[in-house]
Design a protein. Structure first.
Length: 161
């Protein structure tokens, strides 16, 4: 992953959205197949999550140890995020961004990132929803792939949502 980040910094991205999406999916496949890659329950133990709920809001906090790479899911909606602790390099379609806590930003709909954690990191996201079941929340706010995201966006535009 460090090699991918260095390559992107050197190229200053210059990739089309489609090229970036293909590249990030290849990076995810590479990371998932690395020796020692943690997924599912292993990832939950390595990177514990905290879930909080308020009126029409879901707050998700994740702790990621230094030296680890997380490839994020594809978000359907814009939402705020907060880096409360740590230092990360984030590979996005706009290039590599370096963030040091404390920091806050907005995730744009359709975003999928590769995040390298230089230091132990606490990352918080906030999502608008009235649901409290985690599976239902994920179905509502996450797209399984970019094709599904495009279908979601097109449906939303056509139906006026």
């Amino acid at each position: 992953m460090r090699m991918i980040i260095r390559e992107m910094e050197a190229r200053d991205t210059g990739l089309s959205l489609g090229e970036f999406r293909n590249m990030i999916m290849k990076a995810q496949n590479h990371v998932e197949n690395m020796p020692g890659a943690a997924m599912g329950g292993e990832l939950d133990k390595l990177c514990p999550l905290k879930h909080s709920f308020g009126k029409d809001v879901y707050v998700r906090e994740i702790f990621v140890p230094a030296g680890h790479i997380i490839i994020t899911k594809i978000h359907k909606f814009n939402h705020p995020f907060f880096v409360m602790k740590g230092r990360v390099s984030i590979l996005t379609e706009e290039g590599v961004k370096h963030i040091t806590a404390p920091y806050h930003g907005m995730t744009k709909a359709g975003t999928k990132r590769a995040v390298f954690h230089h230091e132990d990191t606490i990352w918080i996201t906030v999502h608008g929803t009235n649901k409290t079941d985690l599976k239902e929340i994920e179905d509502e706010i996450i797209s399984k792939d970019f094709e599904g995201f495009e279908d979601f966006i097109n449906k939303d535009v056509i139906e006026g949502g």
